[in-house]
Design a protein around this ligand. Structure first.
Ligand code: CA
Ligand code: CA
Length: 173
């Protein structure tokens, strides 16, 4: 999707920035996003997104960062819609498996089951928009980290205890 004109972004930014501080906080972003239910947007997902686009490490989003964040969210929205084949507003196991396959992950049913269980925060056997982003971002971080250790790309790594710890704790999540 192309970037919208700056006036359009400025207008959204000002509505999201409720206290008019010129920066978007975690709370403000959380209130602005919807997962399709009345429940608040997953705070972990909000935190991950702020971390990704907060160039100055202030924990908040400035207008300069906002365009990229806006594009990221709208791209995820269309991605979510395209994988929600039955238009139920959520992703079931089969839809998740198809989505992850399309992203290039070859995961067996057991692994998809584990992901469903971990990210199904409302306990209905389906994943909502916010948890879908969370799931995909974490999978991507873990896969990237694993590949860095898997030098011969055979899908197997040998890690010492402390290498494992440093691998996990250096993840931005
Ligand atoms: Ca603010
Ligand atoms: Ca669905």
């Amino acid at each position: 999707m192309a970037m919208p004109p700056p006036e359009f972004l400025r207008d959204i930014f000002q509505r999201v920035d409720r206290d008019k501080s010129g920066l978007i906080s975690t709370n403000e972003l959380q209130m602005a996003l919807s997962n399709g239910t009345w429940k608040p947007f997953n705070a972990e997902t909000v935190r991950l997104m702020i971390g990704m686009f907060d160039k100055n490490n202030t924990g908040q989003i400035s207008f300069e960062d906002f365009g990229a964040l806006w594009k990221y969210v709208t791209d995820w929205q269309s991605c979510f819609k395209s994988f929600d084949k039955d238009n139920s507003g959520n992703i079931d196991k089969l839809e998740l498996k198809t989505a992850l396959g399309t992203f290039g992950y070859r995961l067996g049913d057991n692994t998809v089951d584990i992901l469903m269980k971990k990210f199904d925060h409302h306990g209905k056997g389906t994943i909502l928009f916010d948890d879908f982003i969370h799931c995909c971002v974490m999978l991507n971080l873990l896969t990237t980290s694993f590949s860095q250790h898997d030098e011969d790309k055979d899908g197997v790594v040998t890690l010492h205890y402390e290498q494992f710890l440093s691998m996990v704790f250096s993840l931005k999540m």
